[in-house]
Design a protein. Structure first.
Ligand code: DX5
Ligand code: ZN
Length: 219
């Protein structure tokens, strides 16, 4: 039986009650904290940065999955390692020398993730797949929570799963954007390992139960 990992996205938490929401995730069946960092350049929005992540890290009892939606992410690899990041994900579209960036992330003792925008073909990762610990397939255009899921994602998951298997890689597939109970099962069936969910979890009347329901989706 496959254990699908659930990563609530803190972007959808109540920033005025951050500690309460972090404790909720700690006490839930969630596996990771998904933290979205936006620079207002790579994406048309600005979220939160280092001081906020430092505060989150103080209370979080589960791995930190940091999703950098920023240009030139190499500048901050060490900073995020020092903040206690477990998985550091950079965007394919923001890295001119992706292979070098992946090595730099690993050299800091973190798992290396690559996120791809909806228009980016998974085949572009074929030559680096063995160096990638996690591929984050964006199922919305990055920048905002609460958008609707792009259906073409299922096809991308299947194609990426084939590439991973053909290369004998152990890369995890993460889905980010618009994840709900309406698409979660089909995403797991297509070969996804990690589901990020922001508004679906934090907008629910009972977030803990919503996480538990997502966690119940098994193959
Ligand atoms: C979007 C972010 C997502 C976002 C997901 O740019 O990368 O992680 O928080 O939010 P929902 O689940 O609401 O689509
Ligand atoms: Zn994200």
């Amino acid at each position: 039986m496959k254990n699908t990992l659930i990563a609530p996205s803190i972007l959808a938490a109540d920033f005025a009650n951050l500690q309460r929401d972090i404790e909720m995730v700690n006490a839930s069946e969630a596996d990771w904290f998904h933290l979205d960092v936006m620079d207002g350049v790579f994406v048309p929005n600005i979220s939160f940065g280092m001081p906020v992540i430092k505060s989150i890290a103080k209370h979080a009892k589960k791995p930190l999955d940091v999703h950098l939606m920023i240009i030139d992410p190499d500048r901050y690899i060490k900073t995020f390692a020092d903040l206690g990041t477990d998985v550091l994900t950079v965007h394919y579209e923001a890295c001119t020398h992706l292979h070098r960036t992946l090595q730099a992330i690993k050299a800091e003792g973190m798992q290396a993730g690559v996120a791809i925008n909806p228009h980016t073909n998974v085949a572009l990762l074929e030559d680096t797949i063995k160096d990638i610990d996690l591929v984050c397939i964006m199922s919305v255009n990055p920048g905002f929570g609460g958008q609707s899921f792009i259906e073409n994602t299922y096809k991308k998951v299947k194609q990426l799963r084939e590439i991973i298997e053909a290369n004998g890689a152990t890369t995890k597939i993460e889905i980010d954007g618009g994840v709900t109970n309406r698409n979660a099962k089909q995403l797991v069936e297509a070969g996804s390992d990690v589901l990020v969910a922001g508004s679906y979890v934090f907008g629910a009347s009972n977030p803990t139960e919503t996480i538990a329901d997502l966690k119940k989706i098994v193959l």
